[in-house]
Write a protein that binds this ligand. Structure first.
Ligand code: TPP
Ligand code: MG
Length: 186
């Protein structure tokens, strides 16, 4: 499966759930697939989508919150997996697009082929954690996670192929924040 297909499949499955997108291509792909007020696009702050998603999940226990993360982002902030597991928000779904590289900055290899991130999440204490490699499996796993208690971690193994012509997020950081706060507190 391609990274862009994985992002589009996750975005297509959503109703009004707030999504915190990791920085770089992931947010750009989510923006291109389905821009919505309930999308937060992290700009620059690598590794921090999961921290922010945790905060939103704790503040809005009645809503399912989705973090759309990248392998490089997760590896940079691996301690956040422990923080999420310890806080144990039932309403958090943490999807990680694992292309094995820092694609946004030129495909430098990450450590994701050596570190089994789904096992790190599970042994930290996430309620559910699994790896998917096929698009149909991803759709099913994501649907199940949205309908179940979490925290849930889904590691999505993809080919690095984000389209470098994918548009950048056109909203200003202030607009992203305002839109997201309104949508997430509705
Ligand atoms: C602290 C910090 N270091 C480096 C960067 C530059 N940077 C932006 S996105 C990115 C790669 C993120 O990797 P990953 O989460 O695997 O997403 P991918 O690019 O593969 O979609 C990097 C290195 C940054 N924004 N912040
Ligand atoms: Mg990556």
């Amino acid at each position: 499966m391609k990274g862009s297909e994985a992002v589009a499949a996750v975005m297509a499955e959503l109703d009004d759930e707030p999504v915190v997108n990791a920085n770089g291509f992931i947010g750009r792909e989510a923006f291109t697939a389905r821009d919505r007020e309930a999308n937060f696009y992290m700009i620059g702050s690598m590794g921090l989508a999961s921290s922010m998603g945790l905060g939103v999940a704790l503040a809005q226990p009645g809503k399912k919150i989705v973090v759309l993360d990248g392998d490089g982002n997760v590896l940079m902030a691996m301690g956040t997996l422990a923080m999420i597991a310890a806080a144990a928000p039932k309403n958090l779904v943490h999807v990680t697009i694992d292309n094995g590289v820092y694609e946004s900055t030129g495909n430098q290899k990450t450590l994701s082929s050596q570190i089994e991130l789904e096992k790190v999440a599970k042994s930290s204490g996430y309620k559910n954690s699994l790896v998917v490699t096929e698009l149909d499996e991803l759709k099913k796993a994501f649907r199940t996670a949205l309908d179940s208690d979490g925290p849930s971690f889904i590691l999505v193994k993809v080919e690095p192929n984000f389209d470098h012509n994918t548009g950048r997020v056109t909203h200003t950081p202030e607009e992203i924040k305002r839109r997201f706060m309104t949508a997430a507190s509705r």
